[in-house]
Design a protein around this ligand. Structure first.
Ligand SMILES: Cc1ncc(COP(=O)(O)O)c(C=O)c1O
Length: 427
């Protein structure tokens, strides 16, 4: 099983049988609040009739069509609709199967872009400590979670900025006020490697998997400025952030910084069918198209059998319609105010060493047992499961990514249960 303690799971299986709205039902018929929206995927809740109907209808109409050399209407419609959610300027969409594929696609695009512009030596990729960019070798190389990398050996040539959690940022509500200067580390990396050798910098606007780390005020602006000054592409990995999680359409919108490339996945289909994409600026697209080769030749030799799968596109179109029609993004912005004040009350629970939040996402860091940093979050998550709440544990953090449809009472019940479970884990 992926990212699972397989031996523990076999001893104590947690089997989910069905879902509706903000709840799962397990094999024993217990009702469980979905405190991570699946895996940051199902913000709309589960079993959404509009999505289910669109998927069923699509299966009856066109179950699959070849992704290479042929197209189908819904792929172009979804690309158009995705760009409506993007900041101005990001208007070209390349479909993938997942977040990891979207990241690989963006990194390959960055390198191929510079090659097409006559600068083939621009290949180094810069990520950030604690960054998570999926599990393929490109994503691992720029990722910054050691346990995900060490077993797998060498990746691509890369380097890393430090992460943005500092003593001054602990227990910040939303963006930390201090820390913008950490972006200047990029200047040091440019001195070391030379801008002529660096293709791109990739960051998550809010780092998700390492435990929800919002960027310090001004940090992303500074990163963008340094990238622009040095001819380096900036990639935002918005696999978690995009389509409402932060109370905005994207992280780019939340923080007022537009990257050159954005990766998306997860919420775009509400998790119903896998789909990801890399979304790029027109000029990047034009660079590939501006070639003297005959027009039947490939401009970008890359793609997946299931790129723009018709059923996934149908799910994506239905999801984005529901987000707009039900005004879910303003709803997230509104609900996040109560969420922020409630989650920060956990500061008083035992062993809580930091809490971070943005939109309907939060990370709670717990003090480690000696030599076992990951044990306490695991114990808390298991106690929560027993109480009827699903939350994620990862590294030294417990993570929350609430459904966009959550109400205040559900937030309060979740926090009461978390408070009890965190306090119980100190014994
Ligand atoms: C920021 C980010 N990038 C990439 C990925 C990988 O996505 P997937 O698991 O769909 O391959 C994730 C998954 O959590 C993610 O959070």
């Amino acid at each position: 099983m992926p990212f699972t303690g397989n031996r523990q799971f076999k001893k104590d299986p947690r089997i989910i049988s069905s879902a509706s709205g903000a709840y799962y039902f397990d094999q024993r018929g217990r009702k469980i609040f979905d405190g991570l929206s699946g895996l940051w995927t199902c913000g709309l809740g589960h079993n959404i009739p509009e999505i289910n109907d669109a998927v069923a209808q699509q299966l009856k109409t066109l179950d699959y069509s070849p992704a290479f050399q042929f197209g189908h209407e819904k792929s172009f419609q979804l690309a158009e609709q995705i760009t409506e959610f993007m900041p101005e300027g990001l208007n070209r969409v390349f479909f993938t199967n997942s977040g990891s594929d979207a990241v690989e696609t963006s990194l390959k695009m960055a390198r191929a872009y510079w090659r097409a512009k006559g600068q083939p030596n621009k290949t180094i990729l810069i990520g950030r400590q604690k960054g998570y960019h999926g599990v393929n070798y490109g994503g691992l190389s720029v990722g910054g979670i050691p346990n995900n990398k060490i077993p797998f050996g060498d990746g691509l040539t890369s380097d890393h900025l430090t992460h943005t959690i500092t003593d001054a940022s602990l227990f910040s509500k939303g963006q930390p006020k201090q820390g913008a200067g950490l972006a200047d580390e990029l200047l040091e990396l440019i001195k070391q490697h030379d801008a002529a050798a660096i293709a791109a910098v990739i960051v998550e606007p809010v780092a998700g998997s390492a435990g929800v780390i919002p960027p310090p005020v001004g940090y992303l602006d500074r990163l963008k400025q340094i990238c622009s000054d040095n001819n380096i592409l900036l990639i935002f990995d918005e696999v978690i952030c995009a389509f409402g999680r932060l109370g905005t359409k994207t992280g780019a919108e939340a923080f007022g910084v537009t990257p050159d490339i954005m990766t998306i996945a997860k919420q775009v289909t509400n998790g119903a069918i896998p789909l990801g994409a890399a979304v790029v600026r027109q000029e990047i697209y034009d660079t590939f198209m501006d070639t003297d080769a005959p027009d039947y030749m490939l401009e970008f030799a890359h793609g997946y059998t299931y790129s723009a799968h018709p059923v996934a596109c149908a799910a994506g179109l239905a999801t984005l319609n529901v987000i707009e029609q039900q005004q879910l993004i303003p709803r997230v912005a509104q609900t996040s105010l109560h969420f922020e004040s409630s989650v920060h009350q956990l500061k008083h629970a035992s062993n809580v060493t930091d809490i971070r939040n943005y939109g309907l996402a939060a990370g709670i860091t717990l003090a480690p047992y000696e030599n076992e940093p990951a044990r306490r979050p695991y114990e808390v998550a298991m106690k929560m499961w027993d109480k009827g709440f699903y939350v994620r544990y990862g590294g030294d953090t417990v993570q929350l990514g609430l459904p966009f449809i959550v109400d205040q009472q559900e937030i309060d019940l979740l926090m009461t249960a978390l408070d009890e479970c965190i306090n119980a884990s100190s014994k």
